[in-house]
Write a protein that binds this ligand. Structure first.
Ligand code: ZN
Length: 193
């Protein structure tokens, strides 16, 4: 299997607390990132300004995620593009060497002792060799920026009212009453008074 584009190799970063490196990454995403109606599409670029820093426990990654999501207005289905600009911070713990601890239980107790982190071990990120996996942090940053029900603009009247046209383009003497399809058949029906 091909190496994930989200894996970042920190081999240039010395394992000495205080060391720091900065990178600019252009990640071409192999599959859409986002929510159902709005996402950074496959083969689009997510730019990441990444800073990795050696700390005692591992590598601290901070990043700025810039991308453009595209989708459709949930009311009128007009195409929309949605700028994304979000920061993330993620601490990747050094892998536990087998000599120090052979299971995650050991990892947790050590971390609890070292820092007053109130985190479940499942929420912790670990390095794999020199690699850190940026995917969860980048996905979260993107999704945090998206609307679940995106609109082309806040006042979008929606396609049902528009009858496929923007009202503002209709001249004043045109009938602006939308015809409800359900009643269209009654238009010529002779109504008795
Ligand atoms: Zn709309």
């Amino acid at each position: 299997m091909a190496r994930s584009i989200y894996l970042f190799n920190t081999h240039d970063l010395p394992h000495r607390a205080g060391e720091m490196r900065e990178y600019q990454l252009d990640l071409r995403v192999p599959e859409a990132v986002g929510v159902e109606l709005l996402s950074v599409k496959r083969d689009e670029i997510i730019e990441v300004d990444l800073r990795v820093q050696s700390v005692d426990e591992g590598v601290l990654a901070t990043g700025r995620v810039v991308a453009t999501a595209t989708g459709e207005c949930t009311r009128c289905l007009a195409p929309i593009s949605w700028p994304i600009d979000e920061n993330f911070t993620e601490l990747y713990y050094y892998e536990l060497s087998s000599s120090r601890s052979t299971n995650k239980r050991g990892a947790k107790s050590k971390i609890d002792k070292d820092a007053d982190l109130d985190l479940d071990e499942d929420d912790l990120s670990f390095m794999v060799g020199d690699d850190i996996d940026l995917e969860p942090a980048i996905r979260d940053a993107v999704i945090l920026n998206l609307a679940v029900n995106p609109l082309c603009n806040e006042d979008c009247p929606g396609v049902a009212q528009k009858q496929g046209e923007n009202w503002q383009y209709l001249s004043a003497d045109q009938d602006q009453t939308p015809i409800d399809e359900r009643w269209a058949g009654l238009k010529d029906f002779p109504l008795k008074n």
